[in-house]
Design a protein around this ligand. Sequence first.
Ligand SMILES: C[S@@+](CC[C@H](N)C(=O)[O-])C[C@H]1O[C@@H](n2cnc3c(N)ncnc32)[C@H](O)[C@@H]1O
Ligand code: SF4
Length: 366
Amino acid sequence: MPFCTKRCYYCAFNTAPLDSPEVMERYVRALLSEIEIACSVEWAPRIQIGSVFFGGGTPSLLSAEDLAAVLARLRSAFRLDPDAEVTVECNPESVDAPKLAAYRAAGVNRVSLGVQSLDDSMLQRIGRLHDAAGARRAFGDVRAAGFDNVSVDLMYGLPGLDLDRWRAGVAGVFDWQPEHLSAYGLSLDAGSLWGATGVPDLPPEDGVVAQYWALAHLAADRGFEHYEISNYARPGYRSRHNLVYWHRGEYLAFGPGGAGFVGDVRYTNVKPTPRYCAEIEAGRLPIDAFERPDERQALAERLMLGLRLVVGVPEAWIDARVAGDRALAGRVAEWRRRGLLESTDGRARLSEAGFLVSDALFVDFL
Ligand SMILES: C[S@@+](CC[C@H](N)C(=O)[O-])C[C@H]1O[C@@H](n2cnc3c(N)ncnc32)[C@H](O)[C@@H]1O
Ligand code: SF4
């Protein structure tokens, strides 16, 4: 969903303000057509779909009718499992009880609520349209609509965030008793306002590291499993959809900037929404680029994706990657010595400390 009411200052996602209802109408028409065009390939009816994720941008700007139409189109185009996990990312200010109930009636069974912080001054500072009370109200509405699988997004490393305020926010969210929590360290990417202008008062690196560890400990105390670098879940509530990405499974993507992986081909849709709509209106799939990773790239992908997970990867994959590369073998041995990479039962996995420096480690696998 390539629209938001307002762009948050840290955000570089492919999203723009929604100018008018006509823009949304044109987009939804294009999205439905894209699914139609994609399913005209000969093998489409054999595609079994185990999960659907409405991501953004702000998918909760979609009316329940439009969302139901998209799900209906997916059901008619492909084989959608009756118990498929169907998630919608929701912004607190754009949902209310009736809308959530209608989403649920349409087949949504999981909500991911973007809360980011429970501190009103911080929410204002990062450009959010809701306050902490609004986030709490939205979470209550989600529960009241009958959702028993709810995730909350939080961010750390934010400007001016100190450890006590971070701990209080995390504890406050755990008190709501969500099933799942995603917590992202702030990244300043080109394309965001802060990426372009910079932002004062960022916490020092050791402060961000302390926030990471505080969350890891609080989550463990509350019975959450730290199952992926940025994700925590109560037992049985890991995100089935995201696990497909991390296991390097196949997925289709629809919408501007969407990235899919089918067979051995990775593809990306064009990003600007008007161009995306124009391509589809001309009867073409809006694919901007595609590539077929070779064997070496595929192995690097498997390692980088699989090591994001606490279950890790088969040891043999690491052996295959370091074979004949003495420098890399030495670096991997060093990770083991420092306790960043551990092995048991033929599998290698990053430790909590390894998760924290995973980006630096993964560069070596490329
Ligand atoms: C695709 S965004 C959409 C979520 C929804 N629109 C919202 O804002 O609540 C998913 C999540 O990415 C995280 N995020 C976005 N930009 C980020 C950044 N620059 N650094 C770290 N996390 C970020 C936020 O936690 C956000 O909830
Ligand atoms: S964080 Fe969410 S609401 Fe804010 S600009 Fe990004 S996608 Fe939109």
